[in-house]
Design a binder for this molecule. Structure first.
Ligand code: NAP
Length: 343
């Protein structure tokens, strides 16, 4: 890890984000001699660092720790010459060439091509002890961690499609799955809601929220305090709230994800109404701005798997390499006044 490196000339390629997608892009780009700079944001390593064991990433028959997978990916990228630096991008100017990235520190970086792999952060609910127990029986990903809960009673928090999907998946392993929703009506699509309602292993706690999670890093999650109010949203109420303690072996948050794309406002990169980057039609990682590519969860609201993020990361590097090859040198020369930015 280095401080933001001093820069006299624009980089060939900057990769924003250091989760699986960013690392996979870095391996491919570094092997193509693009000497990529990987900016590690506020959650270095991305969502995998929040999970304990990864059992469904190809090539690890005995599973691998999420953190270890990330560390290995970083070593692999560094071996080929990728450079890593801390840097949260506050603002991007993608209208001029080269592109300009302004970091939260005030540093400025210029780059000819850009891969956005900033991921999507799982929303947390704000229950007591959630930071301590995340990865120890509390999870934001049933596909990643569901298999650790064979025979457990588990809670799923949320009432949207993600929560229904998590609940349905968890019935393969858990003894019982209880969906805890803060209102008395699901937000999920009719088909997902019907599947969940018709599954005999799933029950619902309406007008209920998770107040506190019990357990420790030694025991894992052992229980929870739930609060209810007949009008819903109990944690926002003063009167008429009832509390109950339940014994559970796992808790899954399914309250949505927030793609990390705020810095792309007004850049010309298309985003959907929930903030996910929209790539061009067909099998490509190209965005609406030429020379800007997107990979991983930041452009994928549907699959959201480590292996798919790695796949789109490699695609983005190949797309960026091909695009750079096509550019005449003059197209990406820096403006005279920004030729030697002081970092
Ligand atoms: P979502 O639709 O925004 O639903 C989030 C759910 O979590 C809502 O029920 C919300 O409650 C609840 N929630 C939010 N913050 C909470 C908090 N602090 N405490 C307690 N509950 C909280 O998110 P999503 O389910 O991830 O879906 C996002 C998009 O992806 C949707 O368009 C969805 O259709 C799509 N998706 C589709 C599939 C599929 O079709 N297979 C699977 C996953 C996602 P309220 O209802 O009260 O707001």
């Amino acid at each position: 890890m280095t401080e933001t490196p001093h820069q006299d000339t624009p980089r060939e390629l900057v990769i924003v984000g250091s989760g699986v997608a960013g690392l996979s892009a870095a391996v491919y780009a570094a092997r193509a001699d693009l000497e990529p700079l990987v900016l590690e944001g506020p959650e270095p390593g991305g969502q995998l660092t929040l999970t304990t064991e990864v059992e469904n990433y190809l090539g690890f028959p005995d599973g691998i720790g999420g953190m270890e997978l990330i560390q290995r990916g970083k070593q692999q990228a560094e071996r080929f010459g990728a450079e890593f630096a801390h840097g949260e991008v506050d603002r991007a100017d993608l209208k001029g060439r080269p592109f300009t990235l302004e970091l939260a520190t005030g540093d400025v970086i210029h780059t000819k091509a850009l891969i956005v792999a900033t991921g999507a952060s799982a929303r947390w609910v704000g229950a007591e002890n959630e930071s301590e127990l995340m990865g120890y029986g509390l999870s934001t990903c049933a596909t990643c961690d569901g298999a650790f809960h064979r025979g457990d009673d588990v809670l799923v928090i949320g009432g949207g499609d993600s929560a229904m999907e998590e609940a349905l998946f968890l019935t393969k392993f858990a003894d019982s799955v209880t969906v805890v929703h803060r209102r008395d009506e699901l937000r999920a699509s009719d088909i997902m809601a019907r599947r969940a309602r018709e599954n005999p292993d799933i029950s619902f706690r309406w007008n209920t929220e998770l107040l506190e999670i019990h357990g420790s890093t030694e025991t894992g999650v052992t229980g929870a305090t739930l609060v209810s109010h007949p009008d819903g949203h109990p944690t926002a109420k003063d009167d008429g709230v009832s509390a109950e303690e339940v014994d559970v072996g796992g808790i899954f948050y399914g309250v949505g994800h927030i793609p990390n794309t705020d810095f792309l406002a007004d850049t010309g990169v298309d985003r959907d109404e929930t903030g996910y980057i929209v790539t061009l039609e067909g099998m490509t990682t190209e965005t609406a701005v030429e020379g800007v590519f997107a990979a991983g969860d930041v452009m994928d609201p549907d699959y959201r798997q480590a292996i798919t993020a790695a796949g789109t990361g490699s695609m983005a590097a190949l797309d960026a390499e091909a695009w750079l090859d096509e550019q005449p040198e003059s197209a990406v020369e820096p403006e005279p006044e920004t030729a030697s930015p002081q970092l």
